[in-house]
Design a protein around this ligand. Structure first.
Ligand SMILES: [Zn+2]
Length: 273
């Protein structure tokens, strides 16, 4: 069995315009063990916590020297967007209604959608700002000799992930048309994944088209299609080129269970038996 990691590391680089903040309390923080370390930031402690804080730190009975090698355990507090790194967008990200009903938030996505048969469709010849259309999908399916089945997890390979770490990752990529999205979702697909920053075209490409045409349909057509028919998409996948088959493998992409939110980080993995 071969396991292929399809997720980027969550890290600050020039491909991610949104900030990631990490606050680390190092192992050496042990010297300030007690109220200062554990309860720092909790301005209003409950009586029970106050008693506990006083118990462990009141007389400095536990100090750095109480720990092996003088090191305590470390801790990190992270502040970042739910759309940072490799993540899954739920219908509630797309709008306030999906198929006329309340849309599913990320914690409500059925686990059955997130583990299933994978299919890779390759569009490496597409230029930046170019559209991947319904016709392109049909042609690619014909080329690889495959018919989409219900709950297939369809991975769109453009090799844009090779630009990861550089600013052009954000600016240069093809994007899905409404028709391409509709075709896959109507074929029974619940999760479409892309190795680009977004399933839609890059931000500037959409905005420029909108300025030229004043046509609403130029803006986030794949995202907004998710208001009409329920589906999710994965953004910022990597290593799709390492999957040696077009189909006949499994994909696993469970999202972190963030209550009531629109998206969450995933560790996406392709499994080839
Ligand atoms: Zn997203």
């Amino acid at each position: 069995m071969q396991l292929i990691d399809l997720s980027f590391s969550v890290e600050q680089n020039s491909s991610e315009p949104m900030p990631i903040k990490v606050k680390t309390r190092p192992h050496s923080g042990g010297s300030k063990f007690g109220r200062k370390v554990i309860f720092l930031g909790k301005k209003k402690l409950s009586d029970k916590l106050k008693a506990l804080a006083n118990y462990v730190s009141g007389k400095e009975r536990i100090t750095k020297n109480s720990f092996p090698n003088g090191e305590f355990i470390n801790e990190q507090t992270v502040s970042l967007s739910v759309h940072t790194g490799t993540h899954l967008d739920s219908p509630s990200h797309f709008g306030t209604k999906c198929e006329g009903r309340e849309p599913k938030t990320i914690d409500e996505i059925p686990l059955e959608w997130c583990y299933g048969n994978g299919v890779v469709l390759t569009f490496c010849n597409k230029k930046s700002g170019e559209e991947i259309t319904q016709e392109d999908i049909k042609n690619e399916l014909k080329r690889i000799g495959y018919q989409i089945k219900k709950n297939d997890i369809v991975l769109i390979r453009t090799d844009t992930d090779k630009k990861w770490g550089k600013p052009n990752y954000f600016f240069e990529a093809p994007g899905f048309s409404r028709g391409a999205t509709k075709y896959l979702v109507e074929s029974g697909v619940k999760i479409i994944g892309t190795d680009c920053y977004s399933l839609d075209k890059p931000f500037m490409a959409m905005v420029n088209e909108y300025y030229k045409t004043n046509n609403q349909e130029c803006l986030w057509p794949a995202h907004f299609y998710g208001r009409e028919k329920e589906y999710c998409h994965i953004e910022r996948l990597c290593n799709l080129d390492k999957i040696s088959v077009n189909y006949g493998f499994k994909v696993c992409c469970f999202p972190i269970k963030l209550k009531g939110l629109g998206a969450a980080w995933i560790r996406a993995v392709a499994i080839i038996e």
